[in-house]
Design a protein around this ligand. Structure first.
Ligand code: DSN
Length: 432
């Protein structure tokens, strides 16, 4: 068989260009990371050919004995990493993992209480443009205007008033930790299920650097490709709290089914067809990496770099939502810098500093323009950059943000960005 480069130079060229872009620039999107060669190799494997609907040992197809092994390895590693009772590693993405949560715990029209998208929440937590907001009666809690933080008393009052069937926790742009114990006590008080979507912070939670949702939430969903540094995909977990594992009576058989069984069925056949076995193998590799000691060291650096960068921005008179960060990301409100999120993203992009524009709480701009940018440390920490470099990146970003029209400034910054990136090499291959 031919090598891709020979068979399809057009597609190969794109792969080469994208690899160069990743190597040469500063990747500061909080939800992105750089996986290892081993993780990429497992994804680019023959396992993509295999149909394996069902679960290990209970498939609807023959010839699954090898992929069964790798799915069990992935499930066992996920359970060990998060001290979980149960794991399902089949969700193709965070969104499909979340779809399985909804299918398990809610009926159409049931009420959900989640974090407002414009306050750092996620589309799949009830946005009106997403299936979650279309199918369920989604209501929202938000951060406080003065502090940029969640106030559990306000959330409790809201839950008492709304009496949701499910409360979701988790965010795409919240720089602080969550009080899961308080959330669970609210959920218990109003008779709601508690669901944590830890997509952004899974790596930090695995390293025990943030509070652990597993003992408190009925179900935890995640992606595997953000701080967890695995392949693009999703995963579901249940903690070792026996109360959380109790399910409900199945309408047809009258048998009590565990939440784990119901979630397994909600993934397949509920919301997905055949699992992506090459991605599951890759998840197994990434979870194996996450179980090693150096993963904890990496996650410590992610937080230290994020805090160092945030501190430098504060020194330069930037407004950070909540005044700083406890995790891998920060959200900058640019209104005092006289530039929108969109303009900042574009100007920074010209200097090969890749960020995303982001709504800030109580934003006065539309989601296409926004008043803020979100910045994350996971990817550049993977490259080995430390606190000094992150402080320097903040200074370079400031030069661009305060001179967005200046080609001279942007060219100069771009040159330094490339120089810094050269000092921290990334991929020396296009095809793993
Ligand atoms: N789109 C992801 C993010 O950037 O945070 C969340 O799914």
């Amino acid at each position: 068989m031919k090598h891709l480069k020979e068979q399809d130079p057009e597609v190969y060229q794109v792969l080469e260009n994208e690899t160069r872009r990743q190597n040469d620039g500063m990747e500061l999107i909080a939800s992105e990371n750089f996986v290892t060669r081993a993780v990429i190799q497992a994804m680019g494997s023959t396992l993509t050919n295999k149909y394996a609907e069902g679960l290990p040992g209970k498939r609807y197809y023959g010839g699954c004995h090898h992929v069964d092994v790798v799915e069990d390895v992935a499930r066992n590693r996920a359970k060990a990493l998060f001290n979980a009772e149960w794991a399902n590693v089949q969700p193709h993405s965070g969104a499909t993992a979340n779809a399985a949560v909804y299918l398990t715990f809610l009926k159409p029209g049931d009420t959900l209480l989640g974090l407002d998208l414009s306050h750092g929440g996620h589309l799949t937590h009830g946005s009106p443009v997403n299936f979650s907001g279309i199918t369920y009666d989604a209501r929202f809690y938000g951060v406080e205007k003065e502090t940029g933080r969640l106030d559990m008393n306000v959330i409790r009052d809201k839950a008492r008033e709304i009496r949701p069937r499910m409360i979701s926790i988790g965010a795409s742009a919240y720089p602080r930790d969550f009080d899961y114990e308080a959330f669970r006590s609210i959920a218990d008080e109003v008779g709601a299920f508690l669901w944590m979507d830890m997509a952004h912070t899974a790596g930090l939670i695995a390293a025990r650097l943030l509070n652990d949702p597993l003992p408190h939430a009925h179900v935890v969903s995640t992606t595997t490709h953000k701080t967890l540094r695995g392949p693009r995909g999703g995963m579901l977990l249940i903690g070792k709290d026996s109360e959380n594992t109790l399910g409900k009576v199945a309408p047809k058989s009258g048998r009590v089914k565990m939440w784990s069984e119901l979630l397994d069925s909600a993934v397949f056949p509920g919301t997905q067809g055949g699992p992506l076995m090459h991605v599951i193998a890759s998840k197994a590799v990434a979870l194996g990496e996450a179980l090693k000691d150096d993963f904890t060291e990496y996650q410590k650096k992610v937080v230290a770099n994020s805090k160092a960068m945030a501190a430098r921005f504060l020194e330069m008179d930037y407004h950070l939502v909540s005044g700083g960060t406890d995790n891998h990301l920060m959200l900058i409100d640019l209104r005092n810098k006289n530039i929108t999120g969109k303009q900042a993203e574009e100007a920074l992009g010209r200097a090969d500093l890749t960020v995303n524009k982001n709504m800030v709480p109580f934003d006065t701009q539309s989601p296409f323009v926004t008043s803020g940018i979100r910045i994350g440390s996971p990817a550049m920490t993977t490259r080995g950059m430390g606190e000094d470099v992150f402080r320097r990146i903040a200074e370079l970003m400031d030069q661009v943000i305060t001179n967005p029209e200046s080609d001279t400034v942007i060219e100069k910054v771009r040159g330094e960005v490339h120089q810094l990136c050269e000092q921290y090499p990334l991929y020396d291959f296009v095809i793993a």
